[in-house]
Design a protein around this ligand. Structure first.
Ligand code: CU
Length: 587
């Protein structure tokens, strides 16, 4: 399908830098309406942004140097995004409407058009006291200010801050309320990694759609469009640092890319193409969500997968390339993503309307200018973490969470996370039965919706094992607030859910820990997932086990799917971290 915008004509913008150390750790960030040009040939778009910018400014902080941010809500309506549900999933030519600009016959959602700018800011990946974590219901109105204190007692990593308002995160983030936050530390400096421009380049990848006028021309007005069959928005235009399909001139040198998938729902599988074929060997990944891996790893053979909110710290070597060389980053992940493979060699043919991927283009690099010496990559990177000790895990409480999708008539499907409680063998009623070899364990569902009773009270300092079992057809990136975690296992399951087994709160299912014969996924853990993560992909027909140890701060936090349309409806739950001394007093 011919693109209505020319790719690779806008230079990649670098977000404005706000270096906390130059301002005594005290920052003021105004949250306000603005205008932004997403592409040379698009009219300016109305947006909401931190400092009125897309992306918001990148805040750079030092480990153990606290940062206080005064978040000043100066938003004002009208809400800049037209939100709509198209009446049909495809147009008269059979093209999925989500691949097309415009409203596709949908009515603008009148509730969305009346939003006036309530917000709350969450710093994703930060070890933050609960009162500054951006609880989804602690909303501040236009004219109100929140002063949040971030201790920054954490290792170097790429974090990001974004709106987190109950029920409308998908709209507020889509309107532009997102920015990057980099924590730096001495370990990274010992490794002589590039810091700042030109060789350290943040890449915030998102997808956006725009309205059209009566003649079919793009107007620049942001459109969040879903359809009766797909409740997530998968817009056709990939936007990097605020530009559709930009181009970056690079010197023949090694670059450090700090990559974040900040899309509402889309998962990317990024493949670097040079001379018509994959050039993944040029990429070395050194860090993940919470910073450095123990050692550098190669890109996965199919390409680098990043679901919403996942990050990658990459070194890419252009040092041997002649001026004029061009390399292109393509996305091969169909949407909604279900973990299916796609060979990197086929990336130039990845366009797939049925997979809501009309344009695989992401970004182009054009080699120009002076050669600089390549970086030698140390074999040992992080030295400050190990796998969770076996004795800690054997004593760890286990928590089982089932991800389920309930189909509804005349309303978008509802996704929930069912917290499951172990019950005795003679228990009757709607139960989840898990068969693992000879062992059978039964559970009942004790919570499903955000407002249901809190059932998770992790004790500070103690390891816990969380088991996330996916009973839906799509991959869900599950994010825990507060501390990072490590993945322990990813295993195939098969399951049966009887007719009516997914009720509003109850759940009936039989889960067997063995591969379904129709299941083609390999359920492996990628090398780049063996670091400190805060968001983990849980693929269909899969159970993922993670080990988490909450530290430092007691209070009420959230965990949720980071597909924003899922988080808003209703894949989010609270947990309360508790100091050990107070546990005996819990009823
Ligand atoms: Cu989800």
């Amino acid at each position: 399908m011919a693109a209505p915008l020319a790719p690779f004509v806008d230079p990649l913008p670098f977000p404005l830098r706000l270096i906390a150390g130059e301002r005594d750790g005290r920052l003021t960030v105004r949250i306000r309406a603005g205008v932004h040009k997403f592409h040379r040939d698009l009219p300016a778009s109305s947006i909401w942004g931190f400092e009125g910018l897309i992306p918001g400014p990148t805040i750079e902080a030092e480990r153990a140097h606290a940062v206080t941010v005064e978040w000043c809500n100066q938003l004002e309506g009208p809400f800049p995004v037209c939100s709509t549900v198209a009446p049909e999933a495809t147009d008269a030519d059979g093209v999925p409407v989500q691949c097309l600009p415009g409203l596709s016959g949908g009515e603008p959602d009148r509730h969305a058009s009346r939003l006036i700018g309530h917000t709350v800011v969450h710093l994703h990946g930060a070890l933050t006291p609960a009162s500054y974590d951006g609880w989804a219901e602690n909303i501040f109105a236009p004219g109100q200010t929140a002063v949040f204190h971030y201790p920054m007692e954490q290792r170097a990593a790429l974090l990001w801050f974004h709106d987190h308002v109950m029920g409308i995160t998908k709209l507020d983030v889509y309107a532009g309320l997102a920015g990057l936050w980099i924590v730096r530390d001495e370990r990274e400096r010992e490794l002589s990694l590039p810091e700042g421009p030109p060789f350290e380049v943040p890449l915030l990848i998102q997808d956006r759609n725009f309205d059209t006028d009566e003649r079919g021309r793009l107007t620049g007005r942001l459109v969040h469009k879903t359809d009766p069959e797909v409740m997530e928005a998968f817009p056709p235009f990939t936007v990097v640092n605020g530009k559709v399909w930009p181009v970056l001139d690079v010197q023949p040198a090694t670059y450090r890319f700090r990559v974040l998938n900040g899309s509402n729902a889309r998962t990317y599988r990024l493949v670097l193409i040079h001379d018509g074929g994959p050039a993944l060997e040029r990429i070395v990944q050194i860090g993940t969500d919470h910073g450095l891996l123990r050692g550098p790893v190669s890109a996965p053979a199919d390409g680098l997968v990043l679901a919403s909110a996942e990050r990658a710290d990459l070194l890419v070597d252009f040092s041997d390339l002649a001026p004029g060389s061009e390399l292109t980053v393509l996305n091969t992940a169909a949407a909604p993503f279900d973990g299916s493979a796609f060979p990197a060699a086929d990336a130039p043919k990845a366009a797939d309307l049925a997979g809501l991927l009309p344009y695989p283009e992401v970004l182009r690099f054009r080699v120009a200018g002076e050669a600089a010496s390549p970086i030698s990559i140390p074999r040992e990177l992080a030295t400050d973490f190990d796998s969770p000790p076996a004795e800690a895990l054997s004593a760890a409480p286990h928590r089982m969470i089932a991800l389920v999708e309930m189909e509804l008539e005349d309303a978008p499907n509802m996704l929930t996370m069912r917290e499951l409680e172990h019950v005795a063998d003679d228990r009757e009623g709607p139960l989840v039965t898990v068969r693992d070899g000879e062992q059978t364990t039964r559970y009942r569902s004790v919570a499903a919706h955000f407002e249901d009773t809190t059932t998770f009270f992790p004790m500070l300092g103690r390891y816990e094992v969380w088991q996330l079992v996916n009973l839906t057809g799509d991959t869900h990136p599950i994010h825990l607030h507060l501390d990072p975690f490590q993945i322990l296992s990813r295993r195939a399951i098969r399951y049966e859910i009887p007719e009516g087994g997914i009720a509003d709160r109850n759940l009936t299912a039989v889960i067997t820990l063995e591969r379904d014969r129709h299941d083609e996924l390999d359920h492996t853990i990628d090398d780049n997932e063996r670091g400190l993560k805060d968001t983990i992909r849980v693929n269909p027909n899969e159970i993922v086990e993670i080990a988490v140890r909450f530290t430092t701060y007691s209070g009420r936090y959230m965990y949720h799917c980071h597909i924003l349309e899922h988080e808003d409806r209703d894949m989010m739950r609270p947990f309360v971290t508790m100091p050990p001394e107070l546990m005996p007093f819990m009823a």
